[in-house]
Design a protein around this ligand. Structure first.
Ligand SMILES: C[S@@+](CC[C@H](N)C(=O)[O-])C[C@H]1O[C@@H](n2cnc3c(N)ncnc32)[C@H](O)[C@@H]1O
Length: 307
């Protein structure tokens, strides 16, 4: 299997250097996924990832801004909001980036995983608008692990001040500072805090919400933490409110490239595992629960409505 991996890396390096940048890159991503499917996640990480990082294709991949940002972790942790901005197209290559890096950036950002991230943003903006329409000026929304809260600038209710209040929580004070600056004058309350704080009774002081969501968070949580958090977020809902959480699916084709060249490994979960997030929610309090994948088939959503 190591021979197959080296053949793939050699072939895609040659394609990219010969100018077939997008097709070479896509061949690399899909080839790595096939090798991980054959070897299994553990063997892929213990044997194949080190070989990827030793190969001359690594500095080529690291000319690409998304891959380099993820790998170098400028904020000290995986999956920061600056990285997600690169997928949103709100940040991009810098003047120092090479032409090859720019072309690779287009290839990375336009893949299905990136589409899922952009879909998530616009879908959340529509959901905030719908909650504002349903509950008017009294509406309260909680965005857990909000990052740069980029769905806010797509939401008419946020931009026009139709929503009552959106509390935006993130553990990264740099992201919270950016939200405070960019959302000044809007009905948005940025809070620097962690999931642990949300789990504590202290967070009761912030009241209850009509809509709570967490995007790009559960992919980093253990199963017990995911269960506890879901139960707590459900508790924080007003009667008639809804909770929406999301998790990347194991079918995500970019996962092997991300593990190898981006040092970005998520907790991929099946649809059944995502439904398990609700295991600690009292069934008697649930009006309706639905779970569905996004149009790209990369992200599974779980939505729980309170009676
Ligand atoms: C992948 S980003 C997603 C940002 C945003 N929700 C989006 O969809 O664009 C993940 C965010 O989760 C935040 N985060 C991770 N662990 C957290 C925790 N335990 N408590 C609060 N925020 C957390 C990070 O700081 C980061 O901003």
């Amino acid at each position: 299997m190591r021979c197959q991996l080296i053949a793939l890396l050699d072939e895609t390096e040659r394609l990219i250097c010969d100018g077939a940048i997008s097709s070479g890159f896509n061949r690399l991503v899909d080839g790595l996924a096939a090798l991980e499917a054959a070897a299994g996640p553990q063997r892929f990480r213990s044997e194949m990832v080190p070989a990827c990082l030793d190969h001359p294709i690594r500095p080529i991949c690291h000319q690409e801004p998304i891959t380099r940002h993820a790998f170098t972790r400028p904020r000290g942790y995986a999956g920061d909001a600056g990285l997600i901005d690169l997928y949103y197209g709100l940040a991009g290559p810098s003047p120092d980036d090479t032409d090859l890096g720019r072309e690779l950036y287009r290839a990375v950002a336009s893949r299905s995983g990136g589409e899922s991230v952009r879909y998530r943003r616009s879908m959340l903006a529509s959901r905030i608008d719908a909650v504002a329409t349903a509950f008017g000026r009294q509406s309260r929304v909680l965005s857990v692990a909000c990052g740069h809260f980029r769905e806010g600038s797509l939401s008419q209710a946020v931009v026009c001040g139709r929503v009552g209040r959106v509390v935006c929580l993130d553990q990264d004070p740099r992201s919270i500072d950016l939200v405070r600056e960019e959302m000044a004058g809007r009905p948005v309350e940025p809070v620097a805090g962690s999931v642990r704080w949300l789990l504590s009774r202290e967070s009761d002081a912030f009241g209850r919400y009509h809509f709570i969501y967490a995007a790009g968070l559960y992919d980093y949580l253990s199963d017990p933490m995911a269960g506890r958090l879901t139960a707590r977020l459900f508790e924080l809902l007003h009667p008639g409110g809804s909770l929406l959480v999301a998790n990347f699916l194991p079918e995500t084709a970019e996962r092997s490239y991300m593990a190898a060249f981006m040092n970005w490994d998520l907790r991929y979960r099946s649809a059944a595992e995502v439904r398990q997030f609700a295991s600690l929610v009292a069934p008697g309090a649930v009006a309706r629960m639905t779970s569905y994948p996004d149009p790209e088939g990369n992200v599974q959503y779980l939505e729980i409505h309170k009676k």
